[in-house]
Design a protein. Structure first.
Lengths: 168, 163
């Protein structure tokens, strides 16, 4: 069911069955979850990235979610476990709205949501809202970059999770 | 208040008060935030020597919430400061992460903040009653897992869109 604009009521407006049903449909729409999630199955190889790579997709196929919104804000969430090859190498994670401005790949390595510098795996948790999004289709991706001399790793065994949903 | 089934109107249908009140109920349902939370009031650190993969309740089950869903979705947040510990969310006793290490963990001997968040949609939580619980165990083969209580461990279950 799609969101539909409600009639603007005026004095002597005749509330038709169609108008009532449109109201009911929009209420039902608001109650229905509008979301996309990817819950990694926990199998397969870890994600790795060598230092010097900035703004790469972690997984362009799976950590890449599209939802169709009605114009409201979108909340995004990532939870996983990451580490770096040494304690001076930095791995930085960002959830981006796929547009030409916020994408971290344009050498904006200093714009990020979470950073780890740890040779022992530590939690990476991001909860990030996006607003001023027009109604329509929007894509959100988990990206990362690694600085220093080593590499970064995102584990998969813990079943990392990415979600995007309209409304906060 | 549960989510009402909204009526479908036909051309000759004059809405009754009861039908219109269902709209009120729906608006109120959407407007009512449903938050179940536990913020640790204790002062004594929690410890466990439960081996990796043997998941036990935290603090006697205080990090467990039973909620009633109506087709919406649910945001779950947990955070604490811990040493050598693994954590995971169990939804109706089904574990979300890895059987041995869970969803989040830290194996070091120093204190680290542990954050966990997930969105549970209506395929995971269909309408009805559900129990969500954070459990923990030791990370690694030896030692004791600790939760630092002075940092106020917390567990939030937020039913979105009225749940």
């Amino acid at each position: 069911m799609a969101w539909a604009d409600i009639d603007l009521y005026a004095v002597n407006y005749l509330m038709t069955a169609a108008a009532m049903n449109a109201l009911a449909d929009d209420l039902t729409y608001l109650h229905a979850p509008n979301f996309a999630v990817y819950h990694h199955p926990g199998t397969g190889g870890v994600y790795t990235l060598a230092a010097g790579n900035y703004g790469q997709d972690v997984d362009a196929t799976n950590f890449n979610l599209t939802i169709t919104t009605t114009g409201g804000p979108v909340m995004t969430l990532f939870s996983g476990m990451g580490l770096t090859s040494d304690a001076t190498t930095s791995a930085r994670f960002t959830i981006v709205h796929l547009d030409p401005i916020s994408y971290m790949g344009r050498n904006e390595f200093n714009v990020f949501d979470a950073e780890i510098e740890s040779a022992t795996a530590v939690p990476v948790c991001i909860l990030k809202p996006f607003d001023n999004l027009p109604a329509g289709s929007h894509t959100f991706r988990l990206t990362w970059g690694v600085g220093g001399t080593g590499s970064g790793t995102l584990n998969v065994v813990e079943k990392p999770f990415l979600a995007a949903w309209e409304g906060t | 208040m549960s989510w009402p089934t909204l009526p479908s109107f036909s051309a000759t249908n004059i809405p009754s008060a009861a039908q219109l009140n269902l709209f009120n109920d729906a608006f109120n349902h959407l407007h009512t935030p449903v938050l179940s939370k536990y913020e640790e009031p204790g002062a004594v650190d929690f410890t466990t020597t439960s081996p990796a993969g043997t998941w036990v309740a935290i603090s006697g089950g205080n990090y467990s919430k039973t909620i009633t869903m109506s087709g919406g979705h649910c945001l779950v947040l947990f955070s604490c400061v811990a040493i050598r510990a693994s954590f995971d969310l169990f939804v109706d006793s089904v574990q979300r992460g890895d059987a041995t290490v869970g969803s989040v963990h830290f194996g070091g001997a120093s204190r680290v903040i542990v954050n966990y968040a997930c969105l549970l949609d209506n395929t995971v939580l269909p309408a009805g009653s559900h129990t969500l619980e954070m459990k923990w165990c030791r990370r690694g083969g030896v030692g004791t897992a600790t939760i630092s209580v002075i940092n106020t461990p917390r567990f939030y279950v937020m039913q979105l869109k009225g749940g």
